[in-house]
Design a protein around this ligand. Structure first.
Ligand SMILES: *[C@@H]1O[C@H](CO)[C@@H](O)[C@H](O)[C@H]1NC(C)=O
Ligand SMILES: *[C@@H]1O[C@H](CO)[C@@H](O)[C@H](O)[C@H]1NC(C)=O
Ligand SMILES: *[C@@H]1O[C@H](CO)[C@@H](O)[C@H](O)[C@H]1NC(C)=O
Ligand SMILES: *[C@@H]1O[C@H](CO)[C@@H](O)[C@H](O)[C@H]1NC(C)=O
Length: 870
């Protein structure tokens, strides 16, 4: 399944946007799950510390094996008071996840949730309600998260442990995976820990952490250790640290931790994994030429778009028009009850045309009714015209419809519109439907998109709606392959394996069962159309039953397969007639039950023995529409969000070409093997190479994105005497008002009053300042040249930070095989044997080293080593 935006033809499964929980007989313990959309009204106040309720332990542990994430939240609570108290367990989990386990342990007894068919659970639920007992209901939905809430009455001086497990397959979107963890324990907790362990056989290309939890002071509490194929992120602030933020003193932390990463993908190779009778195949080539596209934007300008919506739409379109690739064709339609075409036909995306289109966009204002039928058909006609007048064989054609309401003009019957559009498109183009806000009939849009090998998205009416729109466009901006078909020998029960488009930044994932167990190897063949030619890839996997220890959890491929299958079945359902629906539902239900997934077809029931006292705490809110105006709890198939967490990606994401990987050799004491570490630096930033306050020296470097190695500029600054700025062509010394320029030819300069001397020979510039001596080497690499700094001597008393700021570091080898573990500065860190080029030496020899996470040497995150340009 492609992660991120799905290629058309791919269907993402509807989302378990709601959970249902039921209780049968409830003695002391009463669970209730409340509609979050009405949360402030009905959710009981959070437990205050002076209630004597002590959450003494709160752990979130997430294990990710090849993008399949299993997360366990464990909360341990004691009632210290001498009367019984209600205790809340309230967590938020990603919308895309399925809950697969929930248990409560009270007085040593474990009460496990059991997943049942929704109808069956509903019956128990109804019975409980009839008996006047509390029973649970629906969890709720936000943009990215769902709420899970329960409460239980705990006797005086007793404890309860809640444990919730959920699973999800991380989608690749815009070139990265995102794992979102939300923590809100409602009070400061003695033993608080979030731990994420990621294992990716292909190797982790980069990993970054963001989010409110780790902002400011708590950034330092985050520990990241990373080796080639494994990364661990630990966040364990003390109780005191949890109370530092404003408002946190009584309520503890409240925020999210977002871990973004991507894996290595050498040369379009796919990754094939086989385990315990199941396989998964990941395919995300990047080194292909982009396929030109023909795109028609069909924009609703009806009266309901009035105000912020139309403004945000204009802003998004202006930006999108700025991003369209020159080889593309585009057209623009705005519609209300009439249709306004910017140009009768699609035009090439020349700068002149784009500018003129932007002028048109600025004029779009809201008025009138909504004639979706006519507008989409007109878009199709424009694409037909283009196909008649141009050779469109080597391009792909898409329609992007943005609307915020139901059709109110022209053809308004939804089935008729769907039929008309499907017929007009005739499988030739893809239709993407963006539903703006909650007044749209999302199911209608979704079905129409899926019928025409596209996907639907909801745009949330928030201040960042324009970014959501742009983000969506960005995902489909770069088609790389068309008609992708993956086929395998000796397998069955495949998840979706045909995809009409593959976009850069996404990923195709196919899983299945191995039916022929005699096969020694599994072969996968991928055929597709790339720009101007057909391509075929073949991949062979050896079964790896013996390598189990490399997996974090050994069933992950099987569970991944089940997860994908259920999601795809549920989504396919949208397209089918009633009788076909039933068969599909049955299949999805059976799998949900077998894997204990809480999906839209199942509920989790927590049953307690009968005959004990029970108590009614809450009545479910029934029949109340959720905040989208949908009456039912499972109508919402809106799993496919562009969430707020995309936002940093759009704004803060560095285009890959701006980023340079540097491997730094660390001077090492007492060992023949040196340490080395990798840092991924952006050319847009200046980094502290050496910040030595005792020596009054700050050395700042800017990387060289052309050479992809080393630096293009290094400057040495001192408060006392000025600065030396070195680039690959010249050296500029600034002292007060005085500037002196040198070039990369031999020279000597000295200024005894400041203890400063410069010496150039053989393309090595030696700078001596007081007791510090450093070389800046000019290396040539084909056409490019770059600089490399090397510290030769430091005042013994100095302490410094910076990428090359560390003195000799010593380490101890704790373990050498199968993987390395070193102890550095009292911490054990993963290490692997690697090599690095020693750029401190003009002859650039390659040497062996132990590669360790950079934090273990530098002691801080790279983000703390950036310098604002002055
Ligand atoms: C415990 O209960 C007793 C009476 O039963 C009361 O006097 C005392 O204040 C209570 N202690 C706490 C900590 O609530
Ligand atoms: C696809 O994305 C990769 C980075 O993930 C980039 O290097 C490559 O240039 C992109 N391809 C196209 C055609 O834009
Ligand atoms: C897998 O496919 C076989 C037929 O090839 C079928 O009998 C079996 O029920 C399928 N298993 C599941 C879990 O769908
Ligand atoms: C994939 O597409 C090919 C060619 O259109 C077709 O023969 C095949 O049946 C499709 N496979 C699946 C699983 O839909």
């Amino acid at each position: 399944m492609p992660m991120g935006c799905c290629p058309p033809g791919f269907k993402r499964a509807p989302y378990p946007s709601a959970l249902q929980f039921c209780l049968e007989m409830v003695p002391l313990v009463i669970l209730s799950f409340l509609l979050a959309s009405v949360s402030s009204a009905v959710i009981k106040r959070d437990v205050q510390k002076d209630d004597g309720i002590d959450i003494y332990s709160f752990h979130i542990k997430s294990m990710v094996q090849s993008r399949y994430a299993m997360t366990v939240i464990t909360s341990r609570v004691a009632n210290l008071a001498n009367e019984s108290h209600e205790v809340n367990f309230h967590v938020e989990i990603p919308k895309n996840a399925f809950i697969s386990k929930f248990s409560m342990t009270i007085d040593g007894k474990i009460y496990d949730g059991v997943v049942k068919e929704k109808a069956e659970a509903q019956q128990q639920y109804d019975q409980a309600v009839q008996r006047g007992q509390s029973a649970g209901l629906v969890s709720a939905v936000g943009r990215t998260l769902e709420e899970f809430k329960t409460s239980v009455t705990v006797a005086a001086h007793s404890k309860v442990t809640f444990e919730l497990t959920y699973e999800e397959l991380l989608k690749r979107r815009l070139g990265q995976y995102e794992l979102l963890i939300k923590a809100k324990p409602t009070q400061a907790v003695k033993d608080f820990k979030i731990e994420v362990q990621i294992r990716e056989r292909q190797g982790i290309r980069f990993l970054d952490t963001r989010g409110k939890l780790i902002s400011k002071e708590l950034d330092k509490v985050t520990r990241i250790s990373q080796s080639d194929d494994e990364a661990t992120v630990q966040f364990a602030p003390t109780k005191q640290q949890q109370q530092q933020c404003p408002g946190c003193e009584t309520n503890g932390l409240d925020g999210d931790l977002l871990i973004v990463y991507d894996v290595n993908r050498p040369k379009s190779k796919s990754d094939f994994q086989v385990l315990k009778g199941y396989f998964v195949h990941y395919f995300a080539p990047t080194d292909l030429p982009r396929i030109p596209k023909n795109v028609v934007f069909i924009i609703d300008r009806s009266g309901s778009m009035h105000g912020v919506k139309i403004k945000q739409t204009r802003e998004a379109l202006l930006k999108i028009l700025g991003d369209i690739s020159e080889e593309d064709h585009f057209g623009l339609i705005s519609f209300d009850n009439a249709i306004y075409k910017w140009k009768p036909n699609l035009v090439p995306a020349t700068p002149g045309n784009l500018e003129a289109a932007q002028a048109f966009v600025r004029q779009i204002t809201d008025q009138g009714a909504t004639d979706i039928n006519n507008a989409v058909l007109e878009g199709v006609r424009m694409l037909n015209n283009l196909a008649e007048s141009h050779d469109t064989k080597d391009s792909t054609s898409i329609l992007i419809l943005l609307t915020d309401g139901d059709p109110t003009s022209g053809v308004t019957n939804l089935d008729s519109i769907q039929a008309n559009v499907k017929e007009a498109i005739g499988k030739r183009y893809s239709l993407y439907c963006l539903g703006f806000g909650f007044d749209v009939n999302y199911e209608f849009l979704e079905k129409m998109a899926l019928q025409n090998s596209g996907v639907a998205r909801r745009i949330y009416p928030d201040s960042d709606a324009d970014l959501q729109l742009q983000g969506f466009y960005e995902e489909v901006a770069t088609p790389l392959l068309l008609d992708v078909q993956l086929s395998y020998t000796g397998v069955s029960n495949l998840t979706q394996s045909n995809f009409s488009q593959y976009y850069n930044g996404t990923e195709i994932v196919v899983a299945g069962q191995i039916s022929d167990n005699d096969l020694e190897t599994l072969t996968g063949t991928i055929t597709a159309r790339s720009k101007n030619n057909e391509v075929t890839y073949q991949d062979v996997s050896v079964k790896e039953e013996n390598l189990l220890d490399i997996y974090i959890f050994e069933m992950y491929i099987q569970r991944l397969w089940a997860y994908l299958t259920v999601k795809q079945l549920l989504q396919k359902e949208v397209l089918l007639g009633q009788s076909e629906k039933e068969a599909l539902r049955k299949q999805a239900l059976d799998l949900s039950l077998k894997y204990s997934f809480v999906t839209p077809l199942t509920s989790m029931v927590v049953t307690k023995p009968e005959g004990e006292d029970s108590q009614v705490l809450h009545k479910p809110k029934e029949g109340k529409p959720d905040h989208r105006g949908h009456p039912g709890m499972f109508d919402d198939v809106d799993y496919d969000y562009v969430g707020p967490y995309i936002r940093p990606t759009i704004q803060g994401r560095q285009p890959v070409e701006d980023v340079v990987d540097l491997r730094i050799l660390q001077p090492t004491a007492g060992h023949s093997n040196r340490l080395c570490f990798d840092v991924q630096v952006s050319q847009k930033q200046n980094y502290k190479l050496l910040d030595d306050q005792t020596a009054d020296l700050l050395v700042v470097g800017q990387v060289n994105s052309e050479a992809k190695k080393g630096f293009r500029q290094i400057s040495i600054r001192s408060k006392a005497w000025g600065s030396i700025t070195v680039d690959t062509t010249k050296i500029v010394l600034i002292q007060g008002q005085k500037n002196e320029d040198f070039s990369w030819t031999p020279f000597s300069f000295s200024d005894a009053s400041n203890g400063l001397s410069l010496n150039m020979h053989d393309e090595v510039l030696t700078v001596e300042v007081g007791e510090t001596k450093m070389d800046i080497l000019l290396h040539r690499d084909g056409q490019n040249s770059f600089l490399w700094p090397a510290v030769k001597k430091r005042p013994p008393s100095s302490t410094a930070t910076g990428i090359i700021g560390q003195f000799l570091v010593s380490y101890e080898e704790k373990q050498v095989i199968p993987t390395g573990i070193l102890e550095i500065q009292d911490k054990e860190v993963p290490a692997s044997r690697e090599t690095a080029v020693n750029y401190n030496d003009p002859s650039k020899p390659r040497v062996d080293c132990w590669l360790v996470p950079y934090q273990s040497v530098l002691g801080v995150n790279l983000s703390e080593l950036t310098v604002v340009q002055t």
